[in-house]
Ligand binder design. Structure first.
Ligand code: AMP
Length: 400
């Protein structure tokens, strides 16, 4: 069912309370990555162009219900003003009389950012009293914070009960389109790349995608649990022996469904690894049969696997990637993830969707961020959405 969007409502003369995700990385008061600010611009601009007033709510970090200047959104208001090319009024509260008065004084076409909603204990508890107070700030509610949509908080879900119309902004709209519609009814061949640390984190996603994909390519440490299930040795690799049966069940389902389920045929291994210092000891490889000896840890897919996976990706019409192929944060273990990112970027005939979290970092780090069709802005939210779970921040919005 489609949700109402910002394009379905009249904004002229309206005060629009927009929940954005301005949870930006800060170092010494400086914003180190403004992707999230840029992501909210289309919605904010649309509101002011239509003659509305944009009143922005966001969280930043984890102040745990306490006022803490370290997590103030004030620096974000400055950065937003620079990007928008117009002043942004920073209002140092998000509820109560002073906040309401400040908002009532705003003229049409102006933009205000309220202080961190998580300075209030009720935010993460989805306290209805706090949600009501947020609702008093405007005439319509627009949720555009996809990254927090999997949390039922006062400013993401609760507010929608008290402030209507409650609709999706452009960012949420495109997340729903790509992670939802375009993967639900994907054009074939639909090739899915799954990696990352744990099978246990991704099993629901694997199971769900087995119903939709034509091919699934497995990488990351997750591959080692599948290797164990196939009777191989994995040495000191990160694996989950408790999930061997789960892995077997997934492979059985793939066979029954006729899904091509591919596992690495070779691996990059190291005899020691120091994540804090981003360094590794000696570099080796799994043997001909893909076994890894004791004392060695699998850290990436090998070159043969990367070539096989790239060939699958070359013929795809829809691609979904979730999770890196190795410990891409360390240069010596990043080749596989980067090669796959390149293969995804090269196929310009396919709709390519990067499904959030670390795969986004890997694709951007490899330099292909601008050559894929869609990059999801959610981490946990993207994963939960791909698992088929209902996201409270989306569920709360009105149907078309
Ligand atoms: P996830 O959040 O499940 O997508 O996992 C991402 C993390 O998995 C990244 O931090 C990677 O470093 C890690 N990862 C990928 N491959 C491996 C591996 N072979 N061994 C250990 N960690 C890995």
């Amino acid at each position: 069912m489609a949700k109402k969007t910002i394009e379905d409502i009249d904004l002229k003369g309206k005060k629009a309370v927009i929940r954005v995700d301005f949870n930006v990385p800060l170092q010494g008061g400086k914003i180190t990555d403004n992707t999230r600010i840029l992501g909210a611009l289309p919605t904010i601009k649309h509101v002011i162009e239509q003659g509305g007033t944009a009143i922005l709510l966001s969280h930043l970090g984890r102040p745990k219900g306490q006022v803490n200047p370290k997590f103030s959104l004030a620096p974000v208001a400055k950065a937003l003003a620079d990007e928008l090319g117009q002043p942004v009024v920073f209002i140092p509260e998000s509820r109560g009389e002073a906040a309401e008065k400040a908002v009532s004084e705003l003229s049409a076409g102006s933009v205000a950012l309220m202080e961190n909603v998580r300075f209030h204990e009720g935010e993460e508890k989805n306290d209805p009293e706090l949600a009501k107070d947020f609702a008093k700030l405007g005439d319509v509610f627009i949720n555009d914070a996809f990254g927090t949509a999997h949390r039922a908080h006062a400013s993401t879900a609760g507010i929608a009960s008290f402030l209507k119309p409650a609709v999706a902004g452009f960012l949420i709209q495109s997340e729903l389109e790509y992670l939802g519609e375009k993967t639900e009814s994907a054009e074939s061949p639909f090739v899915v790349i799954l990696g990352g640390a744990k099978v246990s984190d991704k099993i629901t996603v694997i199971d769900r995608l087995l119903d939709k994909a034509d091919t699934i390519l497995i990488g990351g440490a997750m591959a080692y649990t599948f290797a164990l299930a196939n009777g191989k040795t994995v040495g000191d690799s990160l694996a989950e022996p408790k999930f061997i049966e789960t892995a077997k069940a997934a492979m059985k389902k793939a066979k029954e469904k006729g899904v091509k389920f591919m596992l690495p045929v070779d691996n990059v291994t190291v005899d020691s690894l120091d994540f804090d210092n981003m360094s590794v000891g000696n570099i080796g490889a799994s043997d001909e049969s893909g076994n890894i000896p004791d004392g060695w840890e699998g850290v990436d897919i090998g070159p043969k696997t990367a070539a096989l996976y790239a060939a699958e990706l070359a013929g795809a019409k829809t691609i979904l990637m979730n999770g890196p192929m190795g410990i891409f944060e360390i240069e010596a273990c990043a080749k596989g993830s980067f090669a796959i990112a390149e293969a995804v970027a090269k196929n310009q005939d396919a709709i390519s969707i990067i499904g959030g979290g670390d795969s986004v970092k890997a694709v951007k780090q490899a330099g292909f961020g601008d050559q894929v069709s869609f990059i999801s802005t959610g981490g946990g939210a993207s994963l939960e959405f791909l698992e088929g779970k209902s996201l409270p921040g989306v569920a709360a919005l009105e149907e078309k």
